[in-house]
Every structure is written in structure tokens, then in C-alpha cells.
Design a protein around this ligand. Structure first.
Ligand code: CTP
Ligand code: MG
Length: 173
């Protein structure tokens, strides 16, 4: 069983394709108020959690709130795919600005499973090609993550590993 060490004050970036189980994982391991999700912020700024044209404003708002939380010493989890280097760089920047450690937790499930889950959801309407592109982005992410400034990169591969994972909060001092 994987025990993931996470500093008690950290900015935790979940990383994974749609359907990898990020929101489920966040619900299981963190309090709702600790989790900032890109869906919720799209809904806040554009009334539609799937409105990709609202992403820039949604992430501006998400980063702003993350900064406020980190300044107050509150652990913060970012529930978004975080598959693009610029998306992760923005999170590392916010963490550094507030002297908080950025940590990445990668959820990696077989693409067929992620697609089956996504296809079954009424609130996800994109096609298989979009998910295939996310999977390619995830493969690329592995080579990039190590040198992006994350203090720790935890990788959970497969449903069993994800289900069994525990988080151990580590005191900093
Ligand atoms: N799911 C499941 N069993 C798990 C994890 C997830 O059946 N162990 C289901 C969820 O109930 C949900 C779907 O798979 O219907 C996607 O899981 P979710 O946690 O929402 O995935 P995300 O990675 O958050 O997907 P997205 O990026 O689209 O928000
Ligand atoms: Mg989600």
C-alpha cells in the first residue's frame, strides 16, 4: 500500500486525464473546502463547468483563491487535469510566492477505463480523441514533472494502487 507523504502545508496538484478519478480521490482524502476544482471555478465565472472558453478566467480566480489560502497557512488541493506544463508552472509559482511546498500526485489509469467512466457521465460530452490527447499529454508529463519544481511527485498507477493509497501529513518543523 502506498503511503504518500504530504507536507501539512502544501499546494497539492492532482494530475491525470479526465476519468482518472481526481475528484473522487480529492473527496476521499481532503475536506471539501481544501479542494479547488477547475470545474467549480468555471461554473463560478461562466455558469457552466464545461465551458472551456472560461478556463483562463476560471484559473485566474482559482490561483487567486489558492494564494489567499496558502498565505493563511491552509493546505490546498488543485483538482484539475494539470496536464499542461504552463498549468503546473502557475501552481508552482503560487506555491513559491507563499513559501509553500508544491506536491504533485499523479493518477494514472488505463485509457480504456478513463474513457468508459467519462462516456458514462452525462456531464462530460467530449469525444474519445480528446481523451486520447490527454493520455499523450500525461505520457509527456512524466519526463517534465521532475524538473518543474515540485518538492515531491507521487505516482499512483492503476485502480488498485489509487484505491489503497493513504496520505500521511508530515509536519514541517
Ligand atoms: N469512479 C469510479 N471508481 C473510482 C473512481 C472514479 O467509479 N475508483 C467514477 C466516478 O464516480 C466518476 C468517474 O469515475 O463518475 C470519474 O471519476 P472522477 O473522480 O470524477 O474523475 P476526474 O479525474 O475528476 O475526471 P474529470 O477530469 O473529468 O473531472
Ligand atoms: Mg473531476
Amino acid at each position: 500500500m502506498a503511503v504518500l507523504g504530504v507536507p501539512e502545508l502544501a499546494l497539492v496538484a492532482l494530475v491525470g486525464v479526465s476519468g482518472s478519478g481526481k475528484s473522487t480521490f480529492a473527496r476521499r482524502h481532503f475536506a471539501p473546502s481544501q479542494v479547488l476544482s477547475s470545474d467549480a471555478f468555471r461554473a463560478m465565472v461562466a455558469d457552466d463547468e464545461n465551458d472551456q472558453s472560461a478556463s483562463a478566467d476560471a484559473f485566474d480566480a482559482l490561483h487567486y483563491v489558492a494564494g489567499k489560502r496558502l498565505r493563511a497557512g491552509r493546505l490546498t488541493v488543485v483538482d484539475a487535469t494539470n496536464l499542461q506544463p504552463h498549468a503546473r508552472a502557475a501552481l508552482v509559482r503560487v506555491a513559491r510566492e507563499h513559501d509553500v511546498l508544491p506536491v504533485a500526485i499523479v493518477l494514472d489509469v488505463p485509457e480504456a477505463l478513463a474513457w468508459a467512466r467519462t462516456e458514462a457521465r452525462a456531464d462530460r460530452t467530449f469525444g474519445k480523441q480528446v481523451l486520447a490527447r490527454m493520455s499523450r499529454d500525461l505520457r509527456r508529463t512524466y519526463a517534465q514533472l521532475a524538473r518543474e519544481g515540485f518538492r515531491k511527485v507521487h505516482v499512483l498507477r492503476g485502480v488498485d494502487e489509487i484505491d489503497a493509497a493513504q496520505i500521511r501529513f508530515e509536519r514541517l518543523f
